[in-house]
Design a protein around this ligand. Structure first.
Ligand code: GDG
Length: 467
């Protein structure tokens, strides 16, 4: 069998217990490499100073092995980190692909650095590759990597998976470099998106803008290339989450939180502190719930956990200030001497603790304004107690809403509707909660992280009979 090479922007060499603190991509990549082994290549997370502030003196990849997985790590000089990661990836592609043109900056030097860093990735990876390796590249940081590897003479099969949405052509074409990045995407053999909607947006672009053709079976011809384009919705490791939710740590932490609630119903929100996650709108909806339902006021507590993220990017600092202001406003207006409606927590917790909190809560409130898939929503479902499950309220703009028909689906911009839905969730009967939860469990089991990996790799390895 061919060796698997996974490339992602951040590589976090983790194993065993530490995996409990990993995020979505890392968990997925580890699941992909765990069984058959392989190479995981990417940025170490280290920023180095170089003599001239450019790439002079940047060392080659550090290579080491842990268990079946070989790691290849490169460091980035400060100037490259700024233009590539903080700049083009997180202030151009991230907001644009999440439909936030108002927050998107188009800076030519950032784009130049983005290409340069992708070239550096290719140069450092090339010597580690064997001719029959299959290469699976992840996410918006590395769109040009196939182009750069092919330029360096690499003929391996290469697949790309985009973890975030692919926007409508009207949005995507506002990127001054949309054609170059489309050409980069066409240099892969397999292109994977989260949902059928993303696939449709990409295919529309191909047909409308670059004169290509896409058929219903996933075959795309464009810019002289033939590739396979399909939806490969990412999933979670359901059993792992279920186990974490009843682990001693989860039980201990949930008991601590539970005793502080004094029998009030718990609403929970967990996300990175990111403007795509709809946290401000969510807090407004909660305020609306309190405003419209005096009777609920002492009956509920909303715990919003927002792990710090991309703190050096100005838009994230602004969001933090907005959320702090709004949570102070809500608590100032509605708190009583012995009850505080909202607990806003700006730090991260271990995954075990989070799963314990999910299991304790009556409603999981997941309302992104736009999200590729959203693993938190699926983790919320998997963490529930079958005898007394909580209710998931999910945004229609999260990729996972397309699979979770047992959830209460909302438009996150419509704070009145979210408030009404919250109220419905808090009052839902046990029978209905169980019925909805069972349907959601079936869906997340059917499409778990292993199915995601296997479907993508079967296609990438060109095995017959793939789904
Ligand atoms: C991108 C796409 C897509 C959250 N807070 C803490 C913590 N988390 C964990 C969650 C979950 C992961 O981080 C977040 O995954 P999401 O999918 O919800 O969101 P993104 O980070 O935006 O991920 C997304 C995903 O890639 C995978 O393809 O679904 O659409 O945007 O696992 O539990 N983990 C710890 N402490 C926290 O405080 N340890």
């Amino acid at each position: 069998m061919a060796r698997l090479v996974v490339v992602s922007n951040r590589v976090t060499p983790i194993s065993g217990r530490q995996a409990a603190s990993a995020g979505g991509l890392a968990v997925g990549v580890l699941a992909a490499l765990r069984d058959s082994g392989g190479l995981w290549f990417g940025w170490s997370g280290e920023i180095i100073e170089t003599a001239r502030g450019d790439d002079a003196g940047v060392p080659p990849a550090r290579v080491f092995r842990t268990g079946k997985v070989t790691y290849g790590l490169i460091d980035l000089p400060e100037a490259e980190y700024e233009g590539f990661y903080a700049g083009f990836a997180n202030r151009t592609l991230w907001p644009l692909f999440h439909y936030r043109l108002d927050l998107t900056s188009f800076e030519h030097p950032w784009y130049a650095t983005y290409r340069k860093v992708n070239q550096r990735f290719a140069e450092a990876l090339r010597p580690l590759l064997k001719p029959d390796d299959v290469i699976w590249i992840h996410d918006y940081h590395l769109i040009p990597l196939a182009t750069e590897l092919r330029r360096a003479g690499c003929e391996n099969r290469m697949g790309f998976f985009l973890h975030i949405p692919f926007p409508a052509p009207e949005i995507y074409t506002s990127l001054p470099w949309h054609r170059q990045l489309a050409a980069d995407l066409c240099n892969y053999d397999v292109l994977g998106f989260q949902t059928a909607t993303d696939v449709r947006q990409f295919n529309n672009y191909v047909e409308l803008e670059i004169n290509g053709r896409a058929d219903r079976k996933g075959s795309v011809q464009a810019l002289g290339r033939n590739l396979h384009v399909d939806a490969y919705p990412i999933g979670i490791d359901v059993d792992d989450v279920t186990e974490m939710a009843v682990s001693p740590e989860a039980r201990r932490q949930a008991a601590r939180l539970g005793s502080s609630l004094a029998n009030r119903q718990l609403i929970i929100g967990v996300d990175r502190l990111d403007y795509t996650k709809g946290i401000v709108e969510r807090l407004r909806a909660f305020e609306m719930l309190l405003k419209a339902n005096a009777v609920l006021r002492r009956q509920v507590t909303f715990v919003q956990i927002s792990a710090p993220s991309r703190e050096l990017v100005p838009e994230y600092l602004e969001l933090r200030q907005q959320v702090e202001l709004l949570s102070g406003h809500i608590n100032g207006l509605y708190s009583e001497a012995d009850w505080v409606p909202l607990r806003y927590i700006n730090r991260s917790f271990t995954r075990r603790t989070l799963m314990g909190f999910f299991r304790l809560s009556r409603v999981g409130l997941v309302t992104p304004l736009r999200d590729g898939m959203n693993l938190v929503a699926m983790e919320y479902v998997a963490a529930q107690n079958a005898d007394d499950p909580g209710v998931l309220v999910i945004s229609r703009f999260a990729g996972c809403a397309q699979q979770l028909d047992g959830a209460l689906v909302v438009n996150p911009y419509d704070v009145h509707h979210v408030a009404d839905t919250l109220q419905a969730g808090l009052g839902m009967t046990l029978d209905e909660r169980q019925d909805r939860w069972q349907r959601m469990m079936q869906a997340i089991r059917k499409n778990d992280i292993i199915t995601w990996r296997d479907r993508f790799l079967a296609r990438l390895e060109n095995r017959v009979g793939v789904g």
